[in-house]
Design a protein around this ligand. Structure first.
Ligand SMILES: Cc1cc2nc3c(=O)[nH]c(=O)nc-3n(C[C@H](O)[C@H](O)[C@H](O)COP(=O)(O)O)c2cc1C
Length: 239
């Protein structure tokens, strides 16, 4: 009987699934799908990281590769609206956004995590996501995504809504969990005590894994991806 260890969590020794085969009857040693988990906190191993990390063993158990991508703690410029990315697919400001874009092309799903700063996502992640997403619909379309937020006390759902806006303007299926994807704490140790929050993370990873496999199975069965019309940009200015 194999035991799945949930790294670093309060359930470290809880045997939730008796075997990998129980978890996924058609489990195979394959890692051809990948989820990138973006940590939008200035703390590399803080609360947001703790929430994201809880999901990685679940992806692993499903044979899905996962990578936590930290945006760093250096200033991240906002979008300067030059339109350069529409020509090259990269940002003219060469920082962690371009590193992420290189990886994003190979990813099948995304989780974006942020600490709550004044009932919003971190300023750095806001700038990062503006520049990562602008003009790059084809890089993200059809790829499942979810937001995760970490707060001390309040503002989580406002920040959560903010992250989801990037997905729903880019044809990305939004993955849900059993609650809005939030944990509470000012330190990783406190986050680990938010048992419901941590469970919400594990459920999110289960749901994301399931949807990724459904999409893969659909592709293999010949289910056509959505056929989309050319965009009709309509600005609300009339002469
Ligand atoms: C500038 C700033 C603003 C914050 N604003 C809020 C807030 O509005 N609501 C809240 O509950 N916590 C707030 N916090 C606390 C953090 O969101 C919380 O401790 C979070 O879990 C830290 O995550 P991290 O370790 O990944 O950075 C704020 C922290 C900072 C630095």
């Amino acid at each position: 009987m194999k035991e799945i260890i949930l790294n670093g969590g309060p359930h470290e020794h809880v045997n939730i699934y008796s075997t990998l085969e129980d978890l996924n009857p058609i489990f195979e040693e394959r890692k051809h799908m990948k989820v990138i988990l973006v940590n939008g906190s200035p703390h590399e191993h803080g609360c947001t990281y703790t929430a994201l990390k809880e999901m990685c063993p679940i992806f692993e158990a499903h044979g899905i590769e996962s990578e936590i991508f930290w945006i760093g703690n250096k200033p991240i410029s906002g979008c300067i609206a030059c339109g350069g990315c529409k020509k090259t697919g990269r940002c003219v400001i060469n920082d962690s956004v371009n590193l992420f874009l290189d990886k994003a092309a190979e990813a099948d799903g995304f989780i974006f995590g942020s600490p709550v700063h004044y009932a919003a996502i971190s300023g750095a992640l806001s700038s990062f996501m503006d520049r990562a997403f602008y003009g790059k619909n084809s890089l993200f379309a059809d790829k499942p995504a979810a937001g995760v937020v970490s707060c001390r006390r309040g503002g989580a759902s406002a920040a959560f809504d903010e992250i989801n806006k990037y997905f729903t303007i880019n044809n990305m299926p939004v993955v849900a969990s059993q609650y809005w994807n939030q944990v509470h704490g000012t330190t990783p140790e406190e986050v680990l005590q938010d048992l419901e929050g941590m469970q919400t993370m594990r459920t999110l990873a289960q749901n994301m894994s399931w949807l990724l496999k459904c999409i893969e199975a659909g592709d293999k069965a010949g289910v056509q991806r959505p056929q989309r019309e050319p965009k009709t940009p309509t600005n609300f200015i009339r002469k």
